[in-house]
Design a protein around this ligand. Structure first.
Ligand SMILES: Nc1nc2c(ncn2[C@@H]2O[C@H](COP(=O)(O)OP(=O)(O)OP(=O)(O)O)[C@@H](O)[C@H]2O)c(=O)[nH]1
Ligand SMILES: [Mg+2]
Length: 222
């Protein structure tokens, strides 16, 4: 019970800080996507696939969250985009205060800021960071029941990507069942099915993100 009383004010002040971050991102006119998934679901692979294609048409910053080390940020920066690392040490999620520490390091305006959250299906969903939307990744080896077992993330994510489609012949994952389970938690979710290994399904993801980028540009002109 005591834990609940502590958590509430933490979340309230986090939300306040997230609103302030949102204001800063709005002034920069950046679309910010908070990418959340379990460890190894393919967050970095998904980001790298996006970056490789989209860096030709838009300015991208990746904010890389990890408990320790810079393995992912090093491999992303080899693609020639800017990366800022956050190491959380003991925390299993990024929160708005950690994200605020990144803001002074952002020296130019980016069209798109991709944030790779800590690999975890639970805590990252609870903490807003000032994002435009959450993008959840569910990979086929994890099983099609995960949206029902970890509902908050799948409820809150505007976009849900089913990754590792190329592994479907080898795993017990029923795409129709997964989509049904996602829609039980979140009937409005925008769902993509991709493979970050083969590139299957990415055309639709690119189209969607371009649409979101254009919507953001129009919003800033008003
Ligand atoms: N077959 C297959 N493998 C994939 C796919 N996407 C990612 N992988 C592999 O899955 C492993 C984990 O991918 P990452 O992109 O590092 O996953 P992550 O979610 O960033 O992992 P953490 O940052 O450690 O939480 C790597 O060996 C990738 O090559 C895919 O679509 N198909
Ligand atoms: Mg990663």
């Amino acid at each position: 019970m005591k834990k609940i009383r502590i958590l509430k004010p933490v979340l309230v002040s986090n939300q306040q800080r997230a609103r302030e971050n949102r204001g800063v991102f709005d002034r920069m006119n950046s679309l910010v996507i908070n990418i959340i998934a379990s460890p190894g679901a393919g967050k970095t692979s998904f980001i790298k696939y996006l970056v490789n294609v989209m860096k030709k048409t838009c300015k991208i910053l990746v904010v890389e969250g990890d408990i320790k080390g810079q393995i992912d940020s090093k491999s992303i920066s080899r693609l020639g985009v800017d990366v800022i690392q956050i190491n959380t040490a003991t925390e299993c999620h990024l929160d708005a205060f950690m994200t605020a520490q990144v803001l002074p390091k952002i020296k130019k305006n980016y069209d798109l800021i991709l944030v790779e959250n800590i690999g975890n299906l639970v805590c990252p969903a609870e903490f807003e960071i000032g994002e435009d939307f959450k993008l959840a990744i569910l990979s086929t080896p994890e099983g099609d029941d995960k949206p029902l077992k970890y509902p908050l993330l799948f409820h809150l994510a505007k976009v849900i990507v089913i990754n590792k489609r190329d592994l479907l012949p080898y795993v017990d994952f029923r795409p129709d069942e997964a989509i049904k389970n996602i829609q039980k938690e979140n009937p409005k979710a925008v769902i993509f099915e991709v493979s970050a290994k083969t590139g299957e399904g990415f055309e639709e993801v690119f189209r969607y993100i371009h649409k979101e980028l254009n919507a953001r540009k129009k919003k800033s002109k008003r």
